[in-house]
Design a protein around this ligand. Structure first.
Ligand code: PGA
Length: 225
C-alpha cells in the first residue's frame, strides 16, 4: 500500500492565484516521488480549478440534493472528480457542532457515492459511534485519521508511543489491513517517525501543507521510509 499524504488546507489561501501557485509547486515538487499518494484538500471553491493531483474535500453534507441551503453534497463532489472527503474534523466538531450522529450520516453518504472517507477522530469512542450501522465490507473502505486535539495546529506533537498505541487500538476495530493516518503538528522533522516507528499508513497535514517547500520535504522524507 502506498503511503497516503493528505494536505488539509482548511480555510486557506484567500484567493485562487495563491491556491494555484501552492498547488502547482506541490505538483512539480512531487513528480518524481515514488510510493506516496498525495491528496490535496482545498476549500470547495477551488476544487474545480485545480488538476494534476488527487483531490479531496474537507467536508460534505449527507444528502445528495435538496433544500439544504449552503450545503455541498457527496454527489456534487463525485461529479467534479473529487476522490476523498475528510469527515468529522475536530474543527468541524468544535466550531460547527458536528455530532457523532452527523458524522455517521456523512460517512454513510460518502461511502454510498463511492468516495473515500477520511474519518478524523480523537478517541476510540468516536470511532465506534461513527461506524454505527455500517457493514463490515463498507468499514474496510474507511480511512481513519487519528488526530489528538491537543496536537492540532499547536506545535505539540503526540508522542510516538501514544500514537502507535492508538494506531493499533483502531486497527483492532477496523481490521489489520485498515489505513490509519496520523495528524497533528506534523512537519518535516517528525513525519518519518510516525510512518516508520508508529507504523501509520499516512499523514494528515494542516499548517505544513500551506508551505510548498516544507510539504514537499515531508513527502520526500516519507517516500524514503
Ligand atoms: P496541523 O493540522 O497539521 O496544522 O496540526 C492537522 C489537521 O488539522 O488536520
Amino acid at each position: 500500500m502506498k503511503t497516503l499524504i493528505i494536505a488539509n488546507w482548511k480555510c486557506n489561501p484567500g484567493n485562487l492565484v495563491k491556491a494555484k501557485k501552492l498547488f502547482s509547486a506541490v505538483k512539480k515538487g512531487t513528480e518524481v516521488v515514488k510510493g506516496v499518494e498525495v491528496v490535496v484538500c482545498p476549500p470547495f471553491v477551488y476544487l474545480s480549478k485545480l488538476s494534476g493531483l488527487t483531490l479531496g474535500a474537507q467536508n460534505c453534507f449527507w444528502e445528495d440534493e435538496g433544500a439544504f441551503t449552503g450545503e455541498i453534497s457527496p454527489l456534487m463532489l463525485k461529479n467534479i472528480g473529487c476522490k476523498y472527503v475528510i469527515i468529522g474534523h475536530s474543527e468541524r466538531r468544535r466550531y460547527f457542532k458536528e455530532t457523532c450522529i452527523m458524522v455517521n450520516k456523512k460517512l454513510k453518504a460518502v461511502l454510498a457515492n463511492n468516495l473515500k472517507p477520511i474519518l478524523c477522530i480523537d478517541n476510540i469512542n468516536q470511532v465506534k459511534r461513527a461506524l454505527k450501522g455500517i457493514s463490515k465490507k463498507e468499514v474496510k473502505k474507511i480511512i481513519i485519521a487519528y488526530e489528538p486535539i491537543f496536537a492540532i495546529g499547536t506545535g505539540k506533537v503526540c508522542s510516538i508511543s501514544k500514537a502507535k498505541k492508538m494506531n493499533f487500538s483502531i486497527k483492532k476495530i477496523l481490521g489489520e489491513t485498515a489505513a490509519i493516518l496520523y495528524g497533528g503538528s506534523v512537519n518535516s522533522k517528525n513525519a518519518k517517525d510516525f510512518i516508520e516507528k508508529a507504523e501509520f499508513q499516512g499523514l494528515l497535514i494542516g499548517g505544513a501543507s500551506l508551505n510548498s517547500k516544507e510539504f514537499v520535504k515531508i513527502i520526500k522524507k516519507v517516500s524514503q521510509v
